[in-house]
Design a protein around this ligand. Structure first.
Ligand SMILES: NC(=O)C1=CN([C@@H]2O[C@H](COP(=O)(O)OP(=O)(O)OC[C@H]3O[C@@H](n4cnc5c(N)ncnc54)[C@H](O)[C@@H]3O)[C@@H](O)[C@H]2O)C=CC1
Ligand SMILES: CN(C=O)/C=C(\CC(=O)O)C(=O)O
Length: 492
């Protein structure tokens, strides 16, 4: 059994309570690691360490270039540990080794990109119509960032916060999901090895409803960055509001994948599968509503169902596996619950809709790739995030109807559009109310391209230059060169 500790102030420590819990491998359904159960006292220690690091430690005295070099050194350490970290995340989360490895390779690029950005974050000199005054702006770090991260892609989604936050000069207290803490704790070992000063990067594991809440309300925390469910995001936003605390929210989705009759149907089949079966559907970017033009409805569904039946479920650490287990038992139960609701609402199960029967899949938290038909957009299964391999198929006749259905959602995270009519692709991209639209592709992400939601999918952006707005604050400096102060009773 692997043993982990909290990483606070550059030290590896037990939780103040001494309490520990086990992390479960969702493929074997067995405990494989033991981690501390942090509580409020541990958050206090981590925030104090982060505050000290930001307010008076060597980090605050470093040049931007020195901070950038640390991030680039971290990138190279990740590069030397890709296989080990990928195996740990696959063991902790059940994500395919082919995807955790791809994620880890991309993390190298993230830390190089933001390491290179660290000494290019600056303000402006403002040209005024007053010659006696010099006015310039500074773009400064916000301070202590509390990052609350989810279980579906722990290292990737923690990096989406840590790389820009550290590049901008902030310090961090990370609260990973209590169901998948291990890869983040392993990652903290590389942060330590890279030479980040004590207190710059702290990890406290434990129940989000207890210590995540506490972190949001902590007076020593200046900003919260959250990725997770919309319900949790909603309660955190209201908590942050009470404390006038900045918060960015990367929340859920119920995203449309829209296939027109003029699409390359074979590519669209792969794109729909990427949207709903990758990561076993456990991604905010899941294309969980297939909007299918009626003229190709039967032809496309037959192609999709035939390929879906061939999907290889199995051991996520096997490179040939295409869909692994769900990440935790409550997620498996949630998926099964929504399929039951769908049936009660009149949906029909074209494929899957149950746990697999194969003997070798009984131990793990598996659910069959599922296609639901006879779905209308007002059904719960078309309106609520399931976060599993469950596709709801909704037909449409015209482009306008497709736009109406796509936008008829509380969410607005991503959308896919499949058409060989390029002007239609652009029209759809402009008409759909979501933070990302993919045309003839699906589930692309990159360190240089901003990602985030419209509507109930959250606010703020991660990645790209855009993310700096969420990890810096602007100060305006005025310097008067006139000897004599002007009229004190009139604004300058
Ligand atoms: N948009 C996304 O990337 C994700 C969406 N989800 C959605 O959320 C649903 C619930 O999954 P959960 O694991 O419960 O996600 P969650 O949103 O509750 O958990 C995400 C993170 O928030 C923390 N957390 C939970 N409750 C909290 C609270 N009251 N205060 C502060 N932190 C809190 C958790 O410990 C975890 O670190 C999923 O079924 C899925 O629909 C879940 C994970 C990621
Ligand atoms: C952005 N995201 C939210 O859950 C998750 C990702 C990136 C993606 O799917 O595009 C992931 O889990 O890989």
């Amino acid at each position: 059994m692997e043993q982990y500790q909290l990483y606070i102030g550059g030290q590896w420590v037990e939780a103040q309570s001494g309490e520990r819990s086990e992390s479960i491998n969702p493929y074997t359904n067995e405990a494989w690691a033991s981690v501390p159960v942090g509580a409020e006292a541990d958050i206090d220690l981590a925030v104090q360490a982060a505050r000290r690091a930001f307010d008076e430690g060597p980090w605050s005295k470093m040049s931007n270039s020195e901070r950038g070099r640390l991030l680039i050194r971290l990138a190279h350490l990740i590069e030397n540990n890709i296989e080990r970290l990928a195996q740990i995340e696959t063991r902790d989360n059940g994500k395919l080794i082919r995807e955790t490895t791809a994620h880890l390779k991309s993390l190298v690029d993230y830390y190089i990109y933001f390491g290179g950005m660290a000494d290019k974050i600056h303000g402006d000199v403002i040209p005024l119509n007053k010659t006696s005054v010099l006015n310039y702006t500074l773009r400064e770090p916000i301070g202590v960032v509390g990052a609350i991260t989810p279980w579906n892609s722990p290292l990737l989604l923690t990096t989406w916060k840590a790389a820009p936050a550290l590049a901008a000069g902030n310090v961090m207290v990370i609260k990973p999901s209590s169901t998948t803490p291990c890869s983040i704790l392993e990652f903290a070992k590389l942060v330590e090895e890279a030479g980040f000063p004590p207190g710059v990067f702290n990890v406290v594991t434990g129940p989000g409803s207890r210590i995540g809440n506490y972190l949001v309300q902590h007076p020593g925390v200046d900003k919260i960055s959250f990725t997770g469910g919309t319900d949790t995001g909603r309660s955190l936003a209201s908590l942050a509001g009470k404390h006038i605390k900045r918060i960015t929210l990367e929340l859920g989705g119920k995203s449309p994948n829209i296939v027109f009759e003029d699409a390359n149907l074979d590519n669209a089949v792969m794109g729909v599968m990427a949207g709903i079966y990758a990561a076993c559907g456990q991604t905010c970017s899941a294309g969980s509503r297939l909007l299918l033009q009626r003229s190709i409805y039967d032809e496309f569904l037959n192609k999709l169902a035939e390929r879906s039946r061939q999907i290889k479920l199995g051991d996520p650490s096997d490179w040939h596996t295409e869909v692994g287990p769900l990440a935790n038992r409550s997620q498996l139960e949630k998926v099964a619950y929504y399929v039951d609701i769908a049936k009660q609402e009149g949906a029909e199960v074209l494929l899957g809709g149950k746990r697999p029967e194969a003997a070798e899949l009984q131990q793990g938290l598996f659910y069959e790739p599922t296609i639901l038909t006879n779905v209308t957009n007002d059904m719960r299964v078309a309106r609520e995030e399931i976060f599993g391999p469950v596709l709801s198929v909704i037909p449409f006749e015209t482009e306008d109807e497709a736009i109406r259905i796509a936008n008829d959602s509380d969410f607005g995270l991503v959308a896919g559009v499949w058409t060989n009519h390029i002007s239609r692709g652009h029209r759809m991209a402009h008409a759909i109310r979501s933070g990302t639209v993919w045309v003839n592709t699906f589930r692309n992400a990159n360190y240089a391209s901003p990602f985030g939601g419209y509507k109930a999918s959250g606010y703020g952006r991660e990645n790209g230059l855009e993310v700096l707005k969420d990890y810096t604050q602007v100060k305006s400096v005025w310097v008067e060169t006139e000897e004599k102060m002007r009229d004190p009773f009139v604004v300058g």
